[in-house]
Design a protein around this ligand. Sequence first.
Ligand code: ATP
Length: 275
Amino acid sequence: MSRETADGAASEQAVPERPAVEVDGLGVVLGSGTARTEALRGVSFTIPYSRSVGLVGESGSGKSTLAKVLAGLVPIDTGRVVIGGERFSAGTSRRRRDPGLLQLIPQDPFSSLSPRRTAGQALAEAMDPLRADARRHRSAIEEWFERVELPASAAAKYPHEFSGGQRQRIAIARALCTRPRIVVADEITSALDLSVQVEVLELLAQLRAELGLTMLFISHDLAVVRHVSDEVAVLRSGELREFGAVEQIFTAPRDEYTSRLLDSVPGAPGFRIRD
Ligand SMILES: Nc1ncnc2c1ncn2[C@@H]1O[C@H](COP(=O)(O)OP(=O)(O)OP(=O)(O)O)[C@@H](O)[C@H]1O
């Protein structure tokens, strides 16, 4: 979105008035019969453009369900989400998302990258689904590999030929090469060794700053969330228990559940990975 400047030129930097993401009274029911679960219940929050919201909560609290709703992979039962001004609700929630609007970076790139496609093909497919030819998009693919600090030769390799950290770099490149304004990162470092986690997080932070990305960053690792978020949303059993600025959440949580989550962090309350 752009606005007219004083001299009449459109400004790319202009900040749109609506938030990038609005989640309003969101409810999602999964499964049926005895497996029926209210995965999300009355969840509301917003993410302004270029901000990063960390989403935390215990296993089963509904974090991945929320990620999938935003990506259009899980239908909405009640409430609505508005992404880049486009409204999705019960009847429309699985409408195909514009790839330039929002991209999901999944937890496990090994299962999301096809074993039969080279890394270059995976990027070509993301950039141009109708003419997914790696040769046709060679220079753009090479540029993206450079951005995620992989050699150009990576384009010809298959997922099993990479380490976990390299595969996550490919998943980041594949998501970002469609030039989304918003990314949802779902536990993207949880399967990686600590040193590799730090490298991937630093890369993501750098790309986020360069591209002005809006981000929902999901992790059960509170130290990591503190490092990458401006605001933090705390989910418990499908409900939003607390939403606030990162320092407020970590130093003066208002909800007793948030306090308990923080207490479970090693070395809490002084445990931190930045500064
Ligand atoms: N297909 C399904 N059918 C029924 N219930 C489901 C289904 N998928 C997930 N659930 C339930 O929905 C709830 C939310 O699950 P979700 O995967 O969103 O949690 P999460 O916070 O991402 O957990 P984790 O951190 O373990 O990935 C859980 O109680 C889970 O058991």
